[in-house]
Design a protein around this ligand. Structure first.
Ligand SMILES: [Mg+2]
Length: 250
């Protein structure tokens, strides 16, 4: 029986990685893209709010993305619901006809702004060089994920890419983690997991029997994160460059 985390990392023989805001700086791209989408679709809205529309879109205060990860909404319907929420927040009453304008501008700017974190490729290559299988597990859709990986130069780096739509269920449901482990041909007990969110990633992976690390890139959030994760024996890391060291027991 493997020991408790974080010592369990030394037992890890395969690693699953989250994609958005773990390998790829999706947050920055969403903020820029949402502002561009709002400016294109609803130029009559208050300029200051248009500038914040991308943050609002990403924050998703009505929880449509969570409903999508639970299998309650299709990807396109989830995006349209989030666009509607932003439109109403901007004071636009009849937004349905302009959702396509928002999305066209959004998608163009999103892809233009999308970047891999500088430590992403090196982390995956370092793990694989030591014989550790690496897979991706994301709550995003398959087509969108393929496009994001291609855009950021990360396509083809890992053994498997598991997405919410192809799995039928998303994180933090244990079935998503277990199916990703199965596709990676690795038992959950010897599979590490790294992601940037507490509930869908770190807690979800721990509850599914994997060995998690919580990626917290913002130094200002690190102390609070350590306090929260420490109660569960989950290590907090500041960058993906720390993952190979975890596996090596250092
Ligand atoms: Mg993420």
């Amino acid at each position: 029986m493997p020991p408790a985390t974080p010592a369990r990392w030394a037992w890890v023989r395969a690693v699953l990685l989250d994609v958005d805001d773990t390998l790829i700086d999706t947050r920055a791209a969403m903020h820029a893209a949402g502002a561009a989408g709002a400016a294109a679709a609803w130029p009559q809205a208050e300029p200051e709010r248009i500038g914040l529309a991308g943050k609002r879109f990403r924050d998703d205060p009505e929880g449509h993305f969570a409903a999508y990860t639970r299998g309650e909404m299709a990807f396109a319907a989830m995006r349209e619901a989030r666009i509607g929420e932003v439109a109403r927040w901007l004071g636009v009453p009849d937004w349905e006809g302009s959702a396509g304008v928002f999305l066209a501008a959004y998608d163009r700017v999103f892809m233009d702004c999308l970047r891999a974190f500088p430590d992403a490729r090196a982390c995956v290559e370092s793990l694989r060089a030591t014989g550790i299988a690496v897979g991706l597990l994301t709550n995003s859709g398959a087509d969108y994920t393929v496009a994001k990986l291609a855009r950021t130069g990360l396509a083809g780096l890992t053994e498997v890419v598991c997405t919410r739509d192809t799995l039928g269920i998303g994180k933090p449901d244990a079935r998503a983690f277990h199916e990703a482990c199965r596709q990676l041909d690795s038992a959950p007990e010897v599979t590490g997991y790294v992601g940037d969110e507490w509930v869908p990633d770190a807690r979800g992976a721990a509850d599914a029997g994997l060995t998690p690390a919580w990626l917290v890139r913002d130094p200002g959030s690190a102390d609070a994160a350590r306090g929260r994760a420490g109660e569960h024996g989950i290590p907090v890391i500041a960058g993906l460059d720390e993952v190979p060291g975890l596996c090596a027991g250092s």
